[in-house]
Write a protein that binds this ligand. Sequence first.
Ligand SMILES: C[S@@+](CC[C@H](N)C(=O)[O-])C[C@H]1O[C@@H](n2cnc3c(N)ncnc32)[C@H](O)[C@@H]1O
Length: 331
Amino acid sequence: MLQHLHLHERLVCSSCKGELVQSSDTYLQCRRCRATYTIESRYVSMLDRREQDDRPFDWNRKEGEIRDYSEISNSLALSGIGRFATFLNYGYVSSGNEQHAVVEPVDVWNRNSVKLLLEVVGRTAIRGRDVIDIGCGRGGNIAALHKYFKPQSTVGLDICPANIAYCSAKSRPTESFYLVGDAENIPFADESFDVVLNIESAHAYPNRKRFYEEAYRILRYGGVFLYTELMLEEEAAQNVRLLEEAGLSVIRNQDVTSNVLLSCDENAKQRTGAQGIANDANASRNIGDIHDFIALPGSKKYEEMKAGKRQYRMMNLVKRYPCFTNDNNLV
Ligand SMILES: C[S@@+](CC[C@H](N)C(=O)[O-])C[C@H]1O[C@@H](n2cnc3c(N)ncnc32)[C@H](O)[C@@H]1O
């Protein structure tokens, strides 16, 4: 199987970041800690299943995410709109506040989601850079990055195998590398990327501090972390503190809740993209959960955004070059 699969040259063990060797047609193994990873026909799964024993509570939450997004993937396939549903986010509609995008999406599918990406990218240089999208979902953001900015290389990592199978089937292998992995244990060597993208995914990570540290580790100096997330009002300051403690410097921190609410209003009318799941009677979640998940007007999440209890934050952070004091100590 591996002969059909091109492995990324910076790939390392998710857990200890040791060197990987191919132990058989279907397994990769870490030379150092002996963790094993499975090779599927079109992608590699870099989840270290030993977490089940080491941190069962965290693992259960992650399994819940895998289950939910597998279900969404099935629903989208059944609804017939799976081909077009390449985003799983709320999207963004302009509302007169400060805009950062340098390109406007016109005549595109999933316009609000493309606009969300272009807003978080802002003036960040993407052309010729190495980019990783953590929690890449169904690959819409990576496809749009190629369309608008021509990065040198892109990697999409997601914990849900159904999402990665969908992305791998849709993309050209020479353009992007997709793999199953965990944002808290990123299987790439230090300083592998110029840009880390993370859109509406980090709320699901049990240990966000660990994710921020990983984002910092895999960034090159001068690299940028592009980050959006819906968070509780009281989490906003705490997240900034954790990001700074991880070593990242905030260069933009914008509340774009009003723009996201406008997009949720439009989505409610259109029922396209991820909204297709709301029409699927087979989904095992109840309809209230689904409405909340996609933040339909009237749902708890939508009303909390409206009331200011939840904020949709768009952030740009940078990994600054280290500074040395006169006596050559690092600060
Ligand atoms: C709301 S979707 C957003 C997807 C995509 N970023 C987009 O904008 O369309 C959240 C994604 O995060 C992924 N995810 C959740 N927990 C994860 C983890 N620990 N590591 C990597 N991906 C994760 C889910 O599988 C899902 O695809």
